[in-house]
Design a protein around this ligand. Structure first.
Ligand code: ADP
Ligand code: MG
Length: 568
């Protein structure tokens, strides 16, 4: 016996305050995660810190536990300030502080986020909150108003620093840092380390401890995770294209309901895909027979519901396709675990509609892995792929030869036909049964029904803005392929306001007009203006009319035309 076993530390080894330890115990945390084990001791010493680890690795507790342990509870002023990029994240962090600090008498946590009442925030500050968590814009608001004072601050935390910079908060961050005492501890946590972070670290952190936790080795490591943005009506075509072009040995396609299972099986079968369905409808013996057919290569694509596919273990499954989004991260993990089995690699492709971005965010957060956005193969790519497949078939057949056809071909040549032309005609005949390439667009009727529903009350019309609302212009429109949902999402999230507070949205060709509440503070508008949609900053400005009509869309390009609502 020569090796020494280095036990991973327990929370008890970490010199945390007993009241904090007891809370962790109540929460059922057994051992510190790697980032926690490595950052907590230095944070307890008051060192500046740059901590890097993937999402879902416990970064919140990594800074919250030591900082809570060092609070002077009777000193009723902000001692810890945490900046987070979005309201959701700030709220999560605030809740975590309250949970980890549940046994600290007199602990007050204030959450300062955009889109929320000042009243509650002001009273939490007045009660003497020792911990303040917020989004940069609202924190600066309070600094400007004088309601937030940082002279007594011991620690400033930048959570999700990369996301913060990505969202354009760099100047806000600098401003807040400038308002904190020189000797306050400065702590940055981030999932990734773009060079911009290195720069502000060098500028603002003093002799920081740097901790990096390599990507987790999870069971998903051998699975490449991709994301396809595609909405309802185009999903069947998208699936058909992926199955055709991807190097699929066998694939399992997940849908949400039994009915969807049946429909999709029929639709794919009609396109010549070798497909079967596996849903809860099947009795045990039929289920087993279906799986055997998949194993033996009699079937290549299985359409399945979550329950029916639990535990399925077929090594030849190269692809898992989430045709409908899974209910939650657990279901996602189960689904994608059907591929990448027995030491092989697998590919998981998830379909998500343009309004389902948040759910995708949750999945990524929960699995700690980002999905790479994948473009659907376009018509040219499909044709190129089919040519390639046909080319291989021809070459393979050439090695076998086709003697029995030679007399016929010689006769045609003698009759004076050009051999190349002849060969092209044969190729056309041989390929006549290749299925037509569908369109990636829903049929017009379905599209219009859907867009009516999506737009809801945000229909285009020419009446004055509703009461309490102002019209603003944003610099993205049809030409950028923007959808109302994307604008609602970006404005609500970046501005930290409820989506329901956003009024009508009118997408024109080169720009869009959105109604926003009159009461929005300038700082929120400024934040919204920095939001990026379809790769462009929104550059929000008040709509003063101007060239009213964007050029009318041609109707022949498959794009949804801008529909005017009839006033009947
Ligand atoms: P990150 O900020 O790195 O994305 P979070 O701080 O949000 O991660 O933590 C992710 C999840 O892990 C949370 O649900 C949290 O309660 C849980 N968690 C954190 N630390 C531990 C631990 N030591 N043991 C068990 N669960 C933990
Ligand atoms: Mg976090």
């Amino acid at each position: 016996m020569t090796s020494t076993v280095v036990a991973s530390p327990s929370f008890g080894d970490l010199a945390l305050l007993p009241a904090v330890l007891s809370a962790i115990e109540t929460l059922g945390y057994e051992t510190p995660s790697p980032i926690q084990a490595q950052t907590i001791p230095a944070l307890l010493e008051g060192r500046d810190m740059l901590g890097q680890a993937q999402t879902g690795t416990g970064k919140t507790a990594a800074f919250a536990l030591p900082l809570l342990s060092r609070l002077e509870l009777e000193r009723r002023e902000p001692q810890v300030l945490v900046l987070a990029p979005t309201r959701e994240l700030a709220q999560q962090v605030a809740v975590s502080f309250s949970r980890y600090g549940q046994n600290l008498n007199g602990l007050e946590v204030a959450t300062l986020c955009g889109g929320q009442e000042y009243r509650d925030q002001l009273s939490a500050l007045r009660r003497g909150a020792q911990v303040v968590v917020g989004t940069p814009g609202r924190v600066i608001d309070h600094l400007d108003r004088g309601s937030l004072k940082l002279n007594g601050l011991n620690a400033l935390v930048l959570d999700e620093a990369d996301e913060m910079l990505r969202m354009g908060f760099i100047d806000d961050v600098k401003r807040v840092v400038a308002d904190t005492p020189e000797d306050a501890q400065r702590v940055f946590f981030s999932a990734t380390l773009p060079s911009e972070i290195e720069r502000i670290v060098n500028k603002y952190l003093v002799d920081p401890v740097k901790v990096t936790i390599e990507a987790r080795t999870t069971t998903n490591e051998s699975i490449e995770q991709r994301l396809v943005r595609v909405d309802g009506g185009a999903k069947v075509e998208a699936l058909a294209r992926i199955i055709e072009v991807e190097p699929v040995d066998a694939a399992i396609v997940f849908v949400r309901t039994r009915a969807a299972c049946t429909t999709l099986t029929e639709q794919l079968s009609a396109r010549g895909v070798n497909v079967a369905s596996l849903s809860g409808d099947l009795d045990q013996s039929l289920r087993e027979r279906t799986i055997t057919r998949l194993k033996r290569g009699k079937v290549d694509v299985l359409i399945a519901t979550d329950v029916a596919a639990r535990g399925l273990d077929v090594p030849r499954i190269t692809h898992v396709i989430n045709y409908d989004l899974p209910q939650d991260a657990e279901a996602y993990t189960h689904r994608i675990g059907r591929t990448g089995r027995a030491g092989r690699t697998g590919i998981a492709i998830t379909f998500a509609g343009f309004r389902e971005g948040r759910k995708v965010g949750w999945l990524e957060q929960a699995t700690g892995q980002k999905m790479d956005v994948m473009e659907l193969p376009d018509e040219a790519a499909i044709r190129a792929h089919r040519d390639e497949v046909f080319h291989q078939r021809v070459v393979a057949t050439l090695t076998k030869g086709a003697e029995e056809q030679q007399a016929l071909v010689e006769r045609l040549v003698e009759e004076g036909y050009d051999p190349v032309e002849l060969a092209a005609v044969f190729a056309a005949m041989a390929r006549a049964d290749e299925p037509p390439i569908g369109r990636l667009q829903a049929p017009r009727r379905e599209r219009n029904e859907r867009s009516d529903r999506e737009r809801g009350s945000r229909r285009r019309d020419d009446r004055a803005p509703r009461e309490g609302m102002t019209r603003y212009r944003v610099s993205v429109g049809h030409k950028d392929g923007v959808k109302p949902g994307q604008l609602v999402g970006a404005l609500a999230n970046e501005g930290g306001i409820e989506g329901s507070r956003i009024g009508r949205i009118d997408i024109r060709n080169a720009f869009s007009v959105v109604e926003l509440p009159n009461s929005l503070p300038a700082s929120i508008l400024a934040k919204m203006a920095r939001a990026r949609v379809a790769g462009r900053a929104l550059e929000i400005s008040e709509d003063r009319g101007g060239p009213e009509r964007a050029p009318r869309r041609r109707r022949d390009n498959g794009d949804a035309p801008v529909r005017r609502q009839s006033r009947a």
